[in-house]
Design a protein around this ligand. Structure first.
Ligand SMILES: *[C@@H]1O[C@H](CO)[C@@H](O)[C@H](O)[C@H]1NC(C)=O
Ligand SMILES: *[C@@H]1O[C@H](CO)[C@@H](O)[C@H](O)[C@H]1NC(C)=O
Ligand SMILES: *[C@@H]1O[C@H](CO)[C@@H](O)[C@H](O)[C@H]1NC(C)=O
Ligand SMILES: *[C@@H]1O[C@H](CO)[C@@H](O)[C@H](O)[C@H]1NC(C)=O
Ligand SMILES: *[C@@H]1O[C@H](CO)[C@@H](O)[C@H](O)[C@H]1NC(C)=O
Ligand SMILES: *[C@@H]1O[C@H](CO)[C@@H](O)[C@H](O)[C@H]1NC(C)=O
Length: 472
């Protein structure tokens, strides 16, 4: 099992973890836009200030173009956060441009909550959303539901600005959004290398930080929901119960002690104390190690690659050097004889591993954790604290739907037949055809090395010509 010896581990070991970083210095992002769309006021949620995008003045340096109006929900359900009481409605392709001071990965969160006001129903809106050159939502709509939808993306920005574009479908002619967050991510949040796991082997997957990622699941294994208030990057971690296959031989564990973040190791921004301090585990109670797995299963949209980030922290063992277990992703051995204290040198010190997998058209993704050949009787023989599952953009630079950004922009019928858009669409076609040919030539299925886009479709060029200027 030579292939399971990771570069990752050796680099972790080299750092030796000599020092604990016990100070809880707060992360302060350079770019930190919190926008309450369609509002002229400031809404504060969990001590976070969302500034109304109609408030004028210089507080918001972002620029906006498109045809729009704003709407207020006159009868919000009690307790609904104020950012969901207003929306900005778009009647033509419209864009927000956020100046970027800190190049690199950014977290982008889009908040949607449809409501009815004065006979106008946002549930009928259907639209596409682009973030820079990536299609993040296509033919998106919200049936009138009382729960807000929050979409989260991790996207690397190398340009001076990040552009979010909303494009109504020809059918509905309306797009909307309630709130937007654009926040620079800590530099260690998305490393460049993960492990690509297939039925054949485990190999390095490079270029992870170039991918646009959509957060599909983020789970606190064995524990309660962690809200943005309690997370270092204002994320939400849901309980894992809906995805866990009940297993009487596994237990939940809550740890009241301190999580030991170490210099050079996993930072509090990668995973908060509130996630690492709960887990599910397998413990052997007698002289035989149980031959079982803990199993999680996730419905996903097939045909994409996914990043599976597994968070481990040995909050259960009584001593170092006793815990060994195997980790499987999609039924394939991803990590054999994982020895957490061998990596971190300490108990209660976090570690995570990134795996990239392909999914078939059935669209199911599974994670198993269970004892290995090295597991020891009478002690803990498997543990997992957190799971994050993120979708990778496909070769069309899309996270949703079958088309690339050029086609989305072309889909708006009026006044957008600028030369560049035509060129963009042409590039899309050439790209798609060449990929098909390549796939045929190489005789490959879904997993093959995609070539980089031949041009940089940065927002500089995605300007909508002949767009009517902003109106109320
Ligand atoms: C934050 O976490 C603490 C426990 O760690 C919990 O008691 C509290 O309710 C949480 N607050 C929110 C707003 O989730
Ligand atoms: C160990 O305990 C398990 C249940 O926890 C039981 O199924 C198994 O038979 C026991 N093995 C021995 C050798 O006692
Ligand atoms: C655990 O799951 C893996 C992957 O599906 C499987 O190969 C292995 O046999 C399972 N182990 C047990 C004891 O069921
Ligand atoms: C464990 O040991 C068995 C028997 O020696 C071997 O067949 C298997 O490949 C080993 N590894 C795993 C993951 O089961
Ligand atoms: C995602 O987009 C990036 C940037 O365009 C590209 O390099 C990468 O190959 C795409 N990912 C996949 C899996 O096609
Ligand atoms: C939206 O749906 C229509 C019809 O199902 C399809 O033809 C079109 O390509 C989709 N648009 C996008 C941007 O996915």
């Amino acid at each position: 099992m030579e292939f399971l010896r990771w570069n990752l581990i050796s680099s972790f070991l080299l750092l030796c973890f000599p020092t604990l970083s016990l100070t809880s210095r707060l992360f302060s992002p350079v770019d930190n836009y919190l926008i309450d769309c369609g509002s002229a006021a400031v809404s504060t949620i969990d001590n976070r200030r969302f500034v109304g995008d109609l408030s004028g003045g210089n507080e918001l340096p972002l620029s906006f173009s498109g045809r729009w109006f704003s709407m207020r929900n006159e009868n919000p359900v009690p307790g609904l956060a104020p950012i969901y009481h207003t929306a900005r409605i778009f009647r033509s392709p419209s864009k927000y441009a956020f100046p970027i001071r800190d190049k690199g990965t950014h977290m982008v969160r889009l908040h949607f909550n449809s409501f009815n006001s004065r006979g106008f129903d946002l549930g009928e809106a259907q639209f596409h959303v682009l973030v820079d050159q990536f299609v993040v939502l296509s033919n998106f709509s919200l049936v009138n539901s009382e729960n807000p939808r929050i979409m989260e993306y991790l996207i690397r920005v190398d340009a001076e600005e990040l552009v979010i574009m909303l494009v109504p479908t020809e059918k509905s002619k309306i797009a909307f959004v309630n709130a937007i967050e654009v926040i620079s991510a800590p530099k260690d949040l998305v490393p460049d290398t993960a492990q690509y796991v297939s039925s054949k082997n485990v190999v390095n997957f490079d270029g992870l930080s170039n991918q646009a990622l959509e957060v599909v699941y983020r789970l606190n294994v064995g524990g309660p929901k962690v809200t943005p208030f309690n997370d270092s990057l204002w994320r939400t971690w849901m309980p894992d119960d809906k995805f866990y296959k009940p297993n009487p031989q596994s237990k939940r564990l809550y740890f009241g002690g301190r999580i030991k973040y170490q210099k050079g190791g996993v930072s509090r921004e990668v995973g908060p104390d509130n996630m690492y301090n709960s887990a599910r585990l397998i413990k052997s109670m007698n002289a035989s190690v149980p031959r079982i797995n803990m199993t999680w299963q996730f419905p996903v949209t097939g045909g994409y690659k996914y990043l599976v980030r597994l968070h481990f922290c040995d909050i259960a063992s009584i001593s170092i050097g006793l815990l060994y277990f195997n980790v499987y992703v999609n039924g394939n051995l991803a990590f054999e004889d994982l020895d957490l204290s061998g990596i971190t040198g300490l108990l209660a010190s976090p570690f995570y591993a990134d795996f990239v997998v392909d999914t078939d058209s059935f669209g199911a993704l599974s994670v198993n954790v269970g004892p290995s050949n090295k597991s020891i009787p009478y002690v803990v023989d498997g543990i997992l604290n957190g799971i994050e599952i993120m979708k990778l953009n496909d070769s069309r630079n899309s996270l949703d739907g079958e088309v690339c950004a050029g086609f989305v922009l072309k889909s708006w019928p009026r006044g957008n037949s600028g030369f560049f858009l035509t060129l963009l669409a042409a590039i899309c076609i050439v790209l798609s055809i060449s990929l098909v040919i390549r796939r045929r030539v190489l005789g490959l299925g879904d997993s093959f090395p995609w070539s980089r886009l031949p041009v940089d479709i940065s927002d500089e060029h995605v300007k909508i010509s002949g767009l009517p200027s902003q109106s109320k």
